[in-house]
Design a protein. Structure first.
Length: 155
């Protein structure tokens, strides 16, 4: 068994859940075999992930033209359901109320980020202070922290 199945080798009649289960089972078989450098496999698969995404993005528009040429809204192709869709995309930037609300939202996001940075600096459980602008008593509660181990691959 290879590490991944070549294009065209996946059974076409299986469901999305079955496809995910097959991927997980194949990955487990690679892990259990002990014959691969799993870090190298993971790095190479990240390369393929980026490669396939770029290829799919490039092919999507040409595939859309082919799908539209069928004249059908929905049809089966290569044992998959294909649907020609349309969606509306609204551009609200010209509306002054929308721009004002959007600016307020971005400002609040910025305040939230700043507050998170302040909370990260807390040493104790609770800290209280008086906001000089509003006179309001502000209570800060230190966040809980969890260390999660992972790997990052930069290509």
């Amino acid at each position: 068994m290879g590490i991944i199945k070549p294009i065209g080798a996946l059974e076409r009649g299986i469901t999305k859940d079955e496809l995910v289960a097959l991927g997980e089972a194949d990955a487990q078989a690679v892990i259990d075999s002990g014959q691969y450098d799993l870090l190298k496999v993971y790095v190479e698969m990240k390369r393929y992930e980026l490669y396939l995404k770029a290829a799919m993005d490039k092919i999507r528009d040409a595939a859309l033209v082919v799908a539209q040429e069928t004249g059908l809204k929905s049809f089966n192709y290569a044992e998959a359901q294909v649907t020609n869709t349309q969606r509306r995309v609204y551009h609200f930037e010209q509306d002054p109320t929308w721009r004002s609300l959007h600016e307020t939202l971005e400002y609040q996001k910025s305040r939230l980020k700043n507050h998170e940075e302040t909370l990260k600096q807390l040493e104790g459980e609770n800290v209280s202070y008086v906001d000089e602008e509003t006179g309001e008593l502000i209570e800060l509660i230190a966040p809980t922290m969890e260390v999660v181990e992972s790997i990052m691959v930069k290509l």
